[in-house]
Design a protein around this ligand. Structure first.
Ligand code: FDA
Length: 392
């Protein structure tokens, strides 16, 4: 039996950050990863370039039943702290937009950096190893794995969420939380494309590939970004962002002309170009095929002079708040994150330690803290991993 100070289940973003932080403090740390390599989600993130943080991170960029929970960890480990480590490893990066930082070359460099830091802090990383059973014992935890037993006073659960099961995601972290009496809030896919069905899908599916800037709105949240029509429904950053706020039946709207009061604009167009057809006018501000389709399915198209002012105003109002009837989401198969998870009200916000079981910690995505699209989820993984790594 091996004796250690800390075992971390999950060699992803949060687990590796926690390991290197605790290792630097002289703790004897082992990371147990059931996949054949660590950091698979880091590798696939940001289209292979890892959007590793967002310089504009604030607690407002996260969803949680307890919105204050993330504040302390985020304040103690900022985007600048992570950038300092990236710079120390001479990894070149660039800002794409809105504070989103990406590697110039490859996400592999981020995994290598974390592994190098773990190695120099003396962390043991065991891949291809599955946990079979965890028991609370007098001295801490007894962990039975496919590669032997470990006893240690502290256990960190960093198993991530349920998204992309083919990359190693499991619900084991939630299972362990329940085993130790924790509440697990309902989980669902977030940052995920929406699906359409029936006539709503038929109306749009042949426009697959058409993209446009919109403002998506649902349940008080709104995002200005691009929307992409797909053969199954809708995607693009504006849809991924709002998907985390949407549940079936909720009112979901797209402002298709987010910089324009469309009613006023259409009345101006009527004055200036009375003979132009509505679809021609709309096709100059929206993708042409979409403009034509919107006219076919909803508002018709005739020369501008033939519309009454009230009609144009109503059409404009629709364009500024186009209702979307989504049938669902693409689910965990393509979701970037999992909403819900271990209830933060039973965890310490400074250390991530369980309030129910001494020595048990939960970090990263397994916890009910979910970021917006744009590097925020990794920043939460780094910050929560750091908080637990300093505390154990
Ligand atoms: P993570 O999923 O990274 O790690 C959990 C680890 O635990 C995995 O290695 C898994 O194999 C392991 N594990 C699970 N069950 C286990 C068990 N029973 N035993 C042992 N090990 C187990 N975020 C962002 O900020 N910027 C971005 O660019 C992207 N891009 C992106 C793209 C795609 C396609 C996805 C799916 C997700 C993103 N994300 C992202 C989200 C980001 O990847 C995610 O929030 C973090 O990886 C979460 O870090 P964790 O360490 O909590 O989980």
């Amino acid at each position: 039996m091996q004796s250690l100070d800390l075992t971390i289940i999950g060699g992803g973003a949060a687990g590796l950050m926690c390991a290197l932080t605790a290792g630097r403090r002289g703790k004897r740390v082992r990371v147990i990863e059931h996949a054949n390599r660590v950091g698979k989600k880091i590798l696939m993130s940001g289209g292979g370039r890892c959007n590793f943080t967002n310089t504009g991170t604030t607690p407002a960029n996260f969803l949680s039943a307890n919105p204050h929970y993330c504040k302390s960890a985020l304040a103690r480990y900022s985007p600048t702290d992570f950038i300092d480590m990236v710079d120390a490893h001479r990894i070149a990066w660039h800002e794409k937009e809105l504070g989103q930082l990406f590697c110039d070359e490859s996400s592999k460099l981020i995994v290598r950096m974390l592994m190098d830091e773990c190695a120099s802090a003396g962390v043991q990383v065991q891949t291809g190893c599955s946990v079979e059973k965890v028991q609370k014992v007098e001295q801490g935890f007894l962990i039975e794995t496919t590669q032997g037993r470990i006893e240690c006073p502290a256990l960190v659960v960093a198993t991530g969420g349920l998204s992309i099961p083919s990359m190693g995601a499991t619900g084991y972290g939630y299972e362990l939380a329940r085993q130790f009496g924790h509440t697990v809030l309902d989980t669902r896919a977030g940052l995920v494309p929406l699906t359409l069905s029936g006539k709503h899908q038929d109306n749009l599916k042949d426009l697959s590939g058409v993209a446009l800037p919109v403002e998506s709105r649902c349940n008080g949240a709104n995002f200005r970004a691009d929307m992409l029509i797909t053969h199954r429904g809708l995607s693009g950053p504006a849809i991924l962002q709002i998907s985390s706020y949407w549940q079936p039946g909720d009112d979901l709207r797209m402002n298709l002309l987010p910089d324009t009061n469309a009613g006023t604009w259409l009345l101006d167009q009527q004055r200036e170009r009375p003979a132009a057809e509505l679809k021609t006018v709309l096709g100059e501000s929206l993708p042409r095929r979409l403009a034509q389709r919107l006219c076919e399915i909803r508002v018709g198209s005739k020369p501008m002079r033939q519309y009454r002012s009230a009609e144009l105003k109503a059409i404009g109002d629709e364009l500024n708040a186009w209702p979307i009837v989504a049938s669902g989401t693409e689910g965990y198969r393509t979701a970037e994150v999992t909403l819900g998870g271990v209830d933060t009200r039973e965890l310490s916000s400074t250390t991530m330690e369980s309030r129910l079981v001494t020595g048990l910690y939960f970090i990263g995505e397994v916890v009910d803290v979910t970021g917006h699209l744009g590097g925020y989820n990794f920043q939460w993984a780094w910050a929560s991993g750091n908080a637990a790594g300093l505390a154990v």
